[in-house]
Design a protein around this ligand. Structure first.
Ligand code: CA
Length: 221
């Protein structure tokens, strides 16, 4: 999952950035509205975490611009406790949810999961595929009910593939899902993660589509 975090408060931004990265999200952090606009036009994200009080361009204007371009990107706004009118304006402008500062990082994560789940049309935070289940809340992978230890990035990679079984994701698309700006990405990291997952889960699950990318079969055996 690739998240754009637009937040000018350094303490809050750093805390959210570190927390989400630790959970396997790729996070790009921008600190003003204009850079947020540019990133939203130039990159593909799974979610926008948007502070409304941004320098350069107000968060609400960023949100209206995004929806004005027809984007359905899930958006969670970050607002101050007393800013009820801002929250209402944000929701009316097309935000999916909001979190009131100061917020607990656990609550923020739960709200992100809920928004992503609703967008994917799922009622629970567990993705099932054949013998596998991927719990997006506890970050646990199980096979036949038995936990399989995986790294946060292996988990994120599997999540990307299992979200829409059958869909092919290129190596570049997977890299984008796993790594944010400024993170060192080795030339074959995706292959390394896939190799490791195959070692843990068998070679049948993640298929190479020669010259295109990777997918998991739509119908698990
Ligand atoms: Ca702010």
């Amino acid at each position: 999952m690739r998240v754009l975090l637009a937040e000018d408060d350094v303490m809050i931004g750093a805390a959210v950035h570190d927390r989400l990265r630790g959970q396997g999200f790729a996070v790009d952090w921008v600190r003003d509205g204009r850079t947020a606009d540019a990133a939203l036009v130039g990159e593909v994200y799974d979610l926008l975490l948007l502070d409304l009080g941004l320098p350069g361009r107000e968060g609400l204007a960023v949100l209206k611009g995004l929806r004005g371009r027809g984007s359905r990107l899930p958006v969670v706004i970050l607002t101050a406790r007393d800013a009820v009118d801002d929250r209402v304006a944000g929701l009316d402008a097309g935000a999916d949810d909001y979190v009131v500062k100061p917020f607990d990082l656990k609550e923020l994560e739960a709200r992100l999961r809920a928004v992503l789940r609703r967008r994917a049309g799922r009622a629970s935070s567990v993705i099932e595929h054949g013998r596998l289940s991927l719990d997006l809340a506890s970050h646990e992978l199980r096979r036949d009910g038995v936990p399989v230890p995986v790294s946060p990035r292996e988990f994120a990679l599997l999540h990307a593939l299992l979200e829409y079984p059958g869909r092919i994701l290129s190596r570049a698309q997977l890299e984008e899902r796993l790594y944010g700006w400024g993170e060192e990405v080795g030339s074959n990291v995706v292959e390394v993660h896939i190799h490791s997952l195959r070692r843990k889960l068998g070679t049948e699950l993640i298929r190479n589509v020669r010259g295109v990318g990777y997918r998991v079969p739509e119908d698990p055996e």
